[in-house]
Design a protein around this ligand. Structure first.
Ligand code: GKR
Ligand code: MG
Length: 418
């Protein structure tokens, strides 16, 4: 089933001023939407980053895969490798670890692999989860992903969440999100306020939501000693502690002293990171992300390795739209070892490019779509609106630090600050 046409549309959607170790989210989150049309008129969808550097690389691949069979994934990978060989895609926020040639190849491959699998599923009349081995679960759990945030953007655009920078407002944010989506576990994005304030927020959450698994992720804002102190203070409170400190060595030093497992989407971000992390016992849980681990099948390969070495598997998220959520749900459902509730930025957006109704959160979980392919359809008007937003956003790469300097002129990222 040969590819006749490849189209990549950059889109932007409104994003609130969410705070993290690197600064604050800009007014628009950027994504790209891929449509692979086959000779028989089947369209496979993909979604990934919308930064100019990513679009340039994906654009190089597009003409080379015309005429390629969507069922030939090794051949697709070889075509992507030839197109991006020698290039390294880097983002400017660094929250998903270092970039390298192999991670770049994995990132670009993933974009095309998901669309090819969607087309395969549509052609066969089977959901993507079936192409991945079948559903180990019918619903995929997600956690409430809380952020500290400003009340409004520099352009005055506010949102329904308000200013969140105290333990009380973090609890209010959690309540608002849980009331709406039913999440049964909670993650707080940390690395924003001094550690004692973030400890206080976690304790307030534990008190307000007894029995809920809790996580905090400061994205490497803490030094080793601070991380060990926080781990001790939050003993019995956290399900896992995510990326307290940078690097495999630093994480190993913290892991030795922490009672809870350490999780990462920063120090283990490609297969080559696994041997040293396993040898040093740096991490207890890897947060997978098909967007940069090479796609849905490579995520399952990661799962097998994690299971072999006694490492748990959870799922990382960046700001994303419905095509990505559908892909996340299919792969999580087909991966038995992925037992933790996954991350998602879903509650933070107010618009999408897909026809609504398929991906609904009930009790914090999304039912795996049962219709062919990913099970989601593009809304052409919404896609056009997203593209117009992209054009007028003036943004070409995510840059939380520069935007933060509009709020705090002397800001430097908080990596290993405390
Ligand atoms: O959206 O600000 C954010 C997050 O901090 C994101 O960029 C991270 O990559 O969610 C991510 C994480 O778990 O580290
Ligand atoms: Mg993280």
């Amino acid at each position: 089933m040969k590819i006749r046409e490849v189209s990549i549309t950059p889109v932007a959607f409104a994003d609130p001023p969410l705070l993290n170790v690197m600064g604050v989210h800009e007014p628009w989150a950027l994504r790209s939407v891929l449509r692979l049309t086959t000779e028989d008129g089947i369209v496979g969808l993909g979604e990934s980053y919308g930064d100019a550097a990513f679009l340039e690389m994906a654009g190089r691949v597009a003409p080379r895969i015309v005429g390629h069979d969507v069922f030939d994934l090794p051949g697709l990978r070889a075509l992507v490798a030839a197109a991006v060989s020698g290039s390294v895609f880097t983002d400017q926020h660094g929250l998903t670890g270092a970039f390298s040639g192999d991670k770049t190849l994995a990132t670009v491959c993933a974009f095309f692999e998901v669309a090819a699998l969607d087309a395969q599923g549509r052609a066969l009349g089977r959901p993507v989860v079936d192409l991945l081995g079948g559903a180990a679960r019918e619903r995929v759990d997600f956690s409430a992903y809380l952020f500290y945030k400003y009340g409004e953007h520099r352009n005055g655009r506010g949102d329904d969440w308000g200013d969140v920078r105290t333990p009380e407002s973090v609890v209010d944010e959690a309540r608002q999100m849980i009331d709406q989506y039913g999440f049964r576990s909670i993650k707080l994005k940390g690395g924003v306020l001094p550690p004692d304030q973030e400890i206080a927020a976690m304790r307030a959450l534990a008190q307000a939501f007894p029995g809920y698994p809790l996580r905090v992720d400061p994205n490497g804002a803490w030094q080793v000693d601070t991380s060990i102190r926080v781990a001790k203070e939050l003993d019995g409170v956290l399900e896992y502690l995510e990326d307290p400190t940078p690097g495999i060595e630093g994480m190993a030093a913290v892991a030795e002293q922490a009672s809870m497992p350490l999780a990462t989407n920063m120090c283990v971000v490609r297969f080559a990171d696994l041997p040293p992390a396993i040898a040093r016992k740096s991490v207890g849980i890897v947060l997978s992300d098909h967007h940069y681990w090479g796609g849905l099948r490579q995520t399952q390969a990661l799962s097998v390795l994690c299971e072999t070495f006694g490492i748990g598997l959870s799922m990382h998220s960046n700001s994303h739209l419905g095509i990505s959520l559908a892909a996340m749900v299919h792969v999580a459902a087909a991966t038995p070892h992925l037992t933790y509730a996954c991350d998602t930025h879903w509650p933070w957006k107010t618009e999408d490019v897909i026809v609504p109704g398929v991906l609904e959160f009930v009790d914090g979980a999304v039912a795996v779509p049962t219709t062919p392919g990913l099970g989601v359809e593009l809304d052409p008007d919404a896609l056009a609106r997203g593209h117009e937003n992209f054009l007028r956003s003036g943004q070409t790469a995510r840059d939380d630090a520069t935007y933060m300097r509009h709020y705090e002129p002397n800001f430097t990222p908080n990596i290993a600050r405390w």
